[in-house]
Design a protein around this ligand. Sequence first.
Ligand code: ZN
Length: 246
Amino acid sequence: MRIGILGDIHGNMEALTAVVAALRKEGVDEWVQVGDLVGYGPEPSACIDLVRELGCHVCLGNHDAAVLGLLDTSYFNNFARAAIHWTCQNLRPSDLDYLRKLQLTVMRPDYTVVHGTLHMPEQFGYVISPVEALDSLALQTTPFCFVGHSHVPAIYLQRSANPRDIEVVYHSEPEVSVKGYQRVLMNVGSVGQPRDEDPRAAYAIVDTLTGIAAIRRVAYDIAGVQRKIRQAGLPEMLANRLSLGV
Ligand code: ZN
């Protein structure tokens, strides 16, 4: 089975369509999305429509929770908070109904999906180093776990239950063979707002037959989404950061 995994989309339809086209070319049997469909970007409804059309297995992100009023936005920075406010005013009732049904964790036979960490999904903490990866891996009962939230890709591999036994592949485009590993935790990066200084959209693909897990990058129409961000009256900084991948 080939699993296509979409990281944080954040209402960036240009990036999402580029990633979906790339994954369709590779061939995907099952689609996953790790939360944060909305927030920051100018086309949250169109992104929700495409994710629904793909039949993605989706979990709840912190920006999704914020537009539902489930999360206090006082810890968001000013730009993020302004975007949440804009998104609340621009979503359709059907979008909110869809987001309201999302769960903090989604479990399938081969994988678990959570936005932040498995050990405290409701806190929306980050997996950015082996420290947090180990806390999540300790609770991981499926071969794979897919997370997002940091917008920075990395793959954490564990051969046994020994907590010190962890290997990490930090790279913009990591590709690994997972054969021989008990658990694999993938931070799949971000479709719509990468922050690892590589502005290309990120996506992940796992082939459970060949045992290859990869995060790939694809160029997309950044100028197009920047235009829409400015037309929507969203903060200028949200447009500028996309060219830099920060
Ligand atoms: Zn995010």
